[in-house]
Write a protein that binds this ligand. Structure first.
Ligand SMILES: Nc1ncnc2c1ncn2[C@@H]1O[C@H](COP(=O)(O)OP(=O)(O)O)[C@@H](O)[C@H]1O
Ligand SMILES: O=P(O)(O)O[C@H]1O[C@H](CO)[C@@H](O[C@H]2O[C@H](CO)[C@@H](O)[C@H](O)[C@H]2O)[C@H](O)[C@H]1O
Length: 469
């Protein structure tokens, strides 16, 4: 972590010089341990060889009692290519090593009042998650603030034991007593957050197929525009998500695939009802085509393996721009990052979670109305990923069997989607190829940053989309 220019970095933020100095003083002693720890997190991008330049943006102590403190921090990661992203941390600082089984100490404070104390991810410590809720619910508790949604009182979380989910994905999730799920957004951005916006709109409709929004953690009103830092939803008891079912019940997944298609069409109808839909304008199609090009250029800068596909992808974007005019259909709010892992199998049927869109995209972009077939393309890509996994885990390695599995389940999904009122993806082959290729470009960037060993999956999909197979 860079510390020399901390004061400057903080001063550029809309916080006072005093706050900047406090941030610097608080985070300075923790800084040396933070970078290696961040680099080991699934949600933090792998080192792309250009290094990371981490600067503190804001920091506060949310709790301190009996040799145990909870530090909330926002740091900015500036990369050589001029990209920068903010990251949210909850750090436990403890005089004695923490007792919680999953609270792994990643370093020690190097100076100051906490010199020598253990540092660890506070989301793994139930005491600190309880402290977070207590403190952030207080009307005069300062930043951040937890606001409960209508229908949920400030006492809704009282007495519920917090437990962090071990599967660290784009964010970190903590379950409160199997009643609520709290998602700590790891890379928060200023502005309207799609998950709180969409869930609160859907929550108002009868017969929900999403969890109800119970609250949100956010910066206080003092800033220019609030930033949502965490989302609290009702916990939905489930026996796993559709990804797990696809892997464990691969041989009889087609029935699930069809009912998933029905569920996604229903979700799209509900989203249109709650947040509107309108025919795509020529300007929107131009913007969509331009955005695909921009995403490709950004991905090329980090993933050289995409270079052989650049000109053909650009041609596909143009083809989309040409044919979309005639048959674009309506645009509306969609899920935006739909895949098998976002659909829970519950006793009441499929339930959709995680409406934040693709976490690396700017918030404004994620809120744009899009063609619903983009979500269908996301699901098609997910069947392809599952096929790659089924193939990898099953003897013998049989690429043809995986391709057939993928095609059959995509077909069944499309049948269910169309039967329940969704647009038939088969009638929009160019749009589907463009959307799948665009998603695979996003995935290539995601895999290069987080799981480089999975990069061949989206690359092979791009090749197939371009060759029309
Ligand atoms: N409301 C919920 N009820 C039950 N489990 C949930 C709920 N929300 C999320 N989960 C679980 O937490 C995991 C991660 O949630 P998700 O919102 O997808 O986070 P991320 O953005 O990190 O991917 C999901 O795969 C699911 O197992
Ligand atoms: O963590 P999120 O759910 O917000 O989404 C990110 O991570 C996903 C992986 O966990 C990633 O999805 C990709 O891998 C899935 C298999 O693990 C596959 O089913 C999806 O089709 C594929 O896109 C998602 O793209 C990313 O935003």
């Amino acid at each position: 972590m860079t510390t020399a220019s901390d004061r400057t970095a903080c001063a550029q933020d809309p916080q006072s010089a005093g706050a900047a100095l406090r941030t610097h003083r608080l985070l300075g002693p923790l800084a040396p341990a933070l970078t290696p720890w961040l680099l080991s997190r699934r949600w933090f991008p792998h080192d792309d060889g250009c290094g990371h330049d981490l600067r503190p943006v804001a920091c506060s102590v949310l709790h301190e009692e009996d040799g145990l403190a909870l530090v909330h921090a926002i740091v900015e990661d500036r990369q050589a290519a001029g990209r920068s992203r903010r990251w949210q941390l909850l750090v436990g600082v403890s005089r004695v090593p923490p007792q919680a089984a999953d609270a792994q100490v990643f370093g020690r404070a190097e100076q100051g009042a906490w010199h020598g104390w253990s540092l660890y991810d506070a989301t793994a410590d139930p005491r600190l998650m309880t402290a977070l809720v207590r403190r952030t619910l207080q009307p005069r508790g300062g930043e951040p603030r937890l606001t409960m949604a209508e229908d949920f009182g400030d006492d809704a979380l009282d007495g519920l034991a917090p437990r962090a989910l071990l599967a660290d994905q784009s964010n970190t999730n903590v379950v409160f007593g199997d009643r609520f799920m709290f998602k700590l957004i790891r890379s928060p951005q200023e502005g309207v957050q799609p998950e709180t916006e969409i869930l609160s709109a859907l929550t108002r409709l009868p017969g929900p197929n999403t969890p109800r929004l119970a609250g949100w953690l956010h910066t206080a009103d003092g800033g220019a525009r609030p930033t949502v830092l965490g989302v609290l939803t009702e916990f939905l008891p489930n026996d796993g998500d559709a990804w797990r079912l696809a892997l464990t019940q691969a041989d009889r997944f087609t029935l699930h695939a069809r009912s998933l298609g029905v569920a996604v069409a229903t979700l799209h109808t509900r989203l249109a009802e709650a947040l509107g839909s309108s025919p795509a304008t020529a300007g929107q199609i131009r913007d969509q085509t331009a955005a695909m090009g921009e995403r490709l250029r950004a991905a090329l800068a980090e993933v050289p393996e995409l270079a052989p596909y650049e000109s053909r992808l650009t041609a596909l974007h143009k083809d989309y721009g040409r044919c979309a005019g005639a048959a674009a259909g309506d645009v509306q709010r969609i899920h935006g990052d739909l895949h098998l892992g976002q659909i829970l199998h519950t006793p009441d049927g499929w339930r959709f979670i995680d409406f934040e869109g693709e976490p690396a995209r700017p918030l404004a972009e994620r809120a744009r109305p899009e063609h619903p077939l983009r979500d269908v393309a996301g699901m098609f890509r997910s069947f392809d990923y599952a096929a790659a996994q089924v193939l990898a885990s099953g003897p013998p390695a049989d690429a043809a069997r995986a391709r057939t599995w993928c095609a059959v389940n995509q077909r069944e999904f499309a049948r269910g989607y169309t039967a329940a009122g969704g647009i038939d993806p088969g009638l929009h082959p160019v749009a589907m190829r463009a959307f799948e290729a665009d998603k695979a470009v996003y995935e290539a960037l995601y895999e290069a940053r987080h799981r480089p060993e999975w990069l061949p999956i989206p690359l092979a999909a791009i090749e197939r989309a371009l060759s029309g197979s």
